[in-house]
Design a protein around this ligand. Structure first.
Ligand code: URP
Ligand code: ZN
Ligand code: ZN
Ligand code: ZN
Length: 511
């Protein structure tokens, strides 16, 4: 392990690096309210060698080399787990500006202690993509996992999927129904992929928009002379997201495999998920923080740089959608919150100054998610503190099969812990955030509730508004297949494949 460490106060990219003084410390967090997804109570938490070794009231430790943190009046919670990020991703002719160091450092400053990033295949090759991401992730200062995109189909890809699941700890694959001519796949490939996921116990994930119709919508905008960022939203309306979501859900139902819809941005998509869940189908929906708290008005800003920073896909929707997605989270229709952190600087966004189709798609969120979800949902009374832990950490850990190592303050869990002060406040600005991004879609937002301490892998990495991270200290978390969504799935009544197993029913009516 590296013994280098890097320090930063508030402000982009201002790191001072030196040599770390010691190895992992013993940490005792005293008097806070310890919150898990199911339960909260006032207790102390004791950490040794990066692992939680005790959770109970009034822990006394004889050792005098223990760092004691007073958490009285504050919440002690599992660090955030972000299910959806793109660090150091090559996309739309450029590369995201946050790599595995800067993106993770930003995450830690905002109370997120683990993320799952999407490996993008190289010319369709999963193993080449995997190797490339292993290299990129060597800079890691917090734990991470990988999902993998599937962008073409043949025998080799099918075999590689199996290798990823059985040997590389990847249990989730993303299929893009949009980005025609680039990442987009056909329904035929989606079906092949869903069947393979089913056979491996891997979770299928979809980017659900009708890519052919989006392509058509984009052409129409350009013909109408609408070349600015507002054309992005106009060219791919909610109904195309609803269509993609419905299609993916029905095909997953046909194959009888669980499905995870990434970046749910619209009422249209959310209602498809609600309908399927009500009918008993195992579908999970992930809204992202930008979609929950922003609306599309920024895309009409006359200043190109301001408008372009909001361009992501599916688009940030008209006001009303975000509120409905918040309600769906509190009602249990949607299960967890991601970010889709995928950031490009103003100069990169300017690639599309004459044509919105060339604006690299993506917004920030990895540093802001924990604060904005707290302020928007807990402060407003829409969800409980235990729900907050479930939506930001525990459910992600369960779905991607790393619970209770992640997502819990339990004896034996990794010491990924945050201390949030509900009486303190936060303010978001590109001038004080820790990402390398030169803008911030949440610029100027303030709210209540502040992550005052982040502990990652047993290290205090964020305290007194100062970051102290160790490049190379982040661990790759292998995730086995067959998460809880697969339990008993083949016994479920009413699915298409099960109905075929009893062909005798077809003749019943005629006798
Ligand atoms: O605009 C977005 N969402 N960029 C990242 C790639 C994706 O579709 O997740
Ligand atoms: Zn308890
Ligand atoms: Zn996507
Ligand atoms: Zn994404």
């Amino acid at each position: 392990e590296s013994n280098q460490f890097c320090e930063a106060g508030s402000g982009r990219g201002d790191y001072e690096c030196g040599v770390a003084s010691s190895s992992l410390r013993k940490i005792l967090i005293k008097g806070g309210t310890v919150v898990n997804a199911h339960h909260q109570e006032v207790a102390d938490v004791y950490v040794e060698d990066g692992i939680i070794v005790a959770v109970k009231p009034n822990i006394r430790v004889g050792d005098d080399d223990v760092t004691v943190i007073d958490a009285t009046g504050k919440f002690v919670m599992p660090g955030g787990v972000d299910p959806h990020t793109h660090l150091a991703m090559d996309f739309m002719g450029t590369r995201t500006i946050d790599d595995f160091f800067s993106g993770q450092a930003a995450a830690l400053a905002g109370g997120t202690t683990m993320h799952i990033d999407f490996v993008i295949p190289v010319n369709g090759s999963l193993s080449a993509g995997y190797e490339a991401y292993v290299e990129k992730a060597k800079l890691s200062c917090m734990d991470y996992g990988f999902h993998m995109a599937v962008t073409k189909w043949d025998e080799i890809v099918a075999r590689e999927m199996e290798i990823m699941v059985k040997e590389k700890g990847i249990n989730s694959f993303k299929f893009f129904l949009a980005y025609k001519g680039a990442l987009m796949i056909s329904d035929e490939l989606l079906l092949d992929g869903l069947k393979k996921c089913k056979s491996l116990g891997a979770l299928a994930m979809v980017h659900a928009e009708n890519g052919d119709a989006v392509f058509e919508g984009q052409k129409r905008m350009i013909e109408l002379g609408i070349t600015g960022p507002e054309g992005h939203a106009l060219s791919r309306p909610p109904l195309l997201e609803g269509e993609g979501t419905a299609r993916a859900i029905r095909l997953a139902g046909f194959v009888n495999t669980p499905l995870y819809i990434v970046h749910v941005m619209s009422i249209d998509a959310m209602e498809e998920i609600a309908r399927a869940r009500k009918a008993g189908q195992r579908v999970v929906g992930e809204p992202v923080v930008s979609g929950l708290v922003l609306d599309d008005s920024g895309l009409w800003d006359p200043d190109f740089v301001t408008a372009a920073k909001f361009v992501m896909s599916p688009p940030i929707r008209a006001s009303g959608h975000g509120k409905a997605l918040q309600a769906a989270l509190s009602a249990g229709v949607l299960q967890l919150v991601g970010t889709d952190h995928c950031v490009f600087n103003s100069t990169q966004k300017a690639m599309g100054i004459d044509d919105f189709r060339k604006i690299p798609n993506g917004v920030n969120g990895i540093e802001e998610r924990m604060h904005l979800v707290w302020d928007t949902l807990v402060e407003s009374g829409q969800i409980s503190v235990t729900d907050y832990v479930r939506l930001t950490s525990t459910e992600c850990a369960r779905i991607f099969n790393m619970y209770p190592r992640k997502g819990a303050i339990l004896v034996g869990s990794d010491a990924d812990i945050i201390i949030l002060n509900p009486n303190s406040s936060f303010e978001i600005s590109a001038s004080s955030h820790h990402s390398r991004l030169d803008t911030n879609v949440f610029e100027g937002r303030r709210g209540k509730g502040k992550v005052e301490v982040t502990i990652a892998g047993g290290r205090i990495v964020w305290e007194n508004d100062k970051l102290k991270v160790v490049p190379g200290s982040g661990k790759y978390i292998e995730r086995p297949p067959y998460n809880y969504l697969f339990d008993g799935i083949d016994k479920a009544e009413g699915n298409y494949l099960n109905s075929l197993r009893a062909p005798v029913k077809r003749y019943k009516a005629t006798t």
